[in-house]
Design a protein around this ligand. Structure first.
Ligand SMILES: Cc1ncc(COP(=O)(O)O)c(C=O)c1O
Length: 381
């Protein structure tokens, strides 16, 4: 398939390659080979699997097509994708990032980058004036997450792009929560989109993967150089699983989002529940900004229970959701952000960020929502 103008549902199914060029097989095989024969001493299209592999090409082309990039890159995990995209920075550079971030990104930005001589400041990116004020002569990039994880703070991507252009900064967005189906950051001028493919793109909680794409050929060249040099590439079997998951993303995401809308409305009415944070709710604070840059609320909800005892009761009794630090699977996943997804962040920092032990995040799956709700209310009874 070479036509870039297909609509997303078609791209998801056919991706960049919908049949094996060598055999016509309807699925790109798992090319489980580390190296390739050099005919008469000459390398062909492929020469060594860290540099390129047909199974990996499929998912790399898929993410580029879906996000509108010139080239995609597949990594061994979402964090490997984030770290590899941030390899564009060098010692002495200054990075500004959203202060409500996935815990693993927080750990990388605050624990690893400073060791490499990169200064990082976590700031409130929902306020463009605060971003402007935090820029120094050394600032080189903005690392963003919107909606943020787990508090769903909304950063205005167009405003960030305008600031970045003015100050010659690179913009990177973790688009995991939304997927390219609901939010297309490169269209808004963001330089680099990053995904944990472990989540909605894979969709079955059976692999770790990371994806990066950019519309800038020069940046793509530099990321390719780092990907090949560092070597945290996605293995062929995981490429196969990811490509297979991507084919059904639209069906899964629409079904999960439909369930999430119903679940969020019902959570609002439940006596044990305090705050419910979900872009699909009428009173969601960042609603206007979110829907100016995204086409749906997604399938993840954060909510507070009124006491820690209720949290413990829910986690002990609920049967259907897997209780785990992840999201985006066909099954509902319930996360205690304090001890799971954001465990890497010290307690005092978490409290400052607004992450309390009573906060839960639910990634609503595609089960029957009535079964999910009955399970939830029974566990809390
Ligand atoms: C928003 C977000 N970004 C990045 C990551 C990291 O992805 P991975 O676990 O695939 O390394 C996660 C994982 O939970 C995430 O939720």
């Amino acid at each position: 398939m070479s036509d870039n103008n297909y609509r997303p549902a078609t791209i998801l199914v056919h991706q960049g390659r919908d049949r094996d060029p060598a055999t016509g097989a309807s699925a790109i095989p798992i090319y489980q080979a580390s190296t390739y024969h050099h005919q008469a001493g000459e390398a062909g299209e492929y020469d060594y699997a860290r540099c390129g592999n047909p199974s990996r090409d499929q998912v790399e082309e898929a993410i580029a097509l879906l996000e509108g990039g010139v080239r995609g890159f597949a990594f061994a995990s979402g964090m490997a994708a984030t770290g590899s995209a941030l390899s564009l920075l060098k010692s002495g550079d200054h990075l500004l990032a959203s202060n409500d971030l996935y815990g693993g990104s927080w750990r990388y930005l605050t624990g690893v980058l400073p060791q490499q001589g990169i200064k990082v400041d976590l700031i409130d990116t929902t306020d463009p004036a605060k971003v402007e004020a935090a820029i120094t002569p050394q600032t080189r990039a903005l690392f963003l997450e919107t909606p943020s994880n787990p508090l769903f703070q909304i950063t205005d991507l167009r405003a960030m792009v305008a600031i970045a252009k003015q100050h010659n900064l690179l913009t990177l967005l973790d688009n995991t929560f939304m997927t390219p189906l609901l939010q297309r950051p490169l269209d808004l001028g963001i330089d680099i989109a990053i995904h944990s493919g472990t989540k909605f793109l894979g969709g079955h909680s059976d692999l770790l993967a990371g994806l990066v794409t950019t519309a800038d050929p020069q940046l793509a060249k530099r990321i390719k150089y780092f990907q090949n040099s560092f070597g945290a590439v996605l293995a062929p079997f995981d490429c196969f699983l990811l490509a297979r998951g991507i084919k059904t993303l639209k069906l899964r995401l629409e079904a999960a989002q439909k369930n999430a809308r119903i679940f969020a409305e019902r959570l609002l009415e439940h006596p044990a529940v305090g705050q419910v944070i979900y872009p699909g709710l009428k009173d969601f604070p960042g609603k206007e900004e979110h829907f100016s840059q995204a086409s749906g609320p997604g399938a993840i909800i954060s909510f507070e229970l009124k006491s820690e005892d209720q949290v413990n009761a829910l986690l002990a009794r609920v049967k259907l959701p897997i209780i785990a630090p992840s999201l985006g699977g066909v099954e509902t996943i319930l996360t205690h952000c304090w001890s799971m997804s954001h465990a890497a962040i010290p307690a005092s920092d978490k409290r400052k960020m607004g992450i309390h032990p009573t906060l839960l995040r639910i990634s609503v799956g595609i089960e029957d929502v009535e079964d999910l709700w009955e399970d939830f209310t029974t566990a809390l009874a």
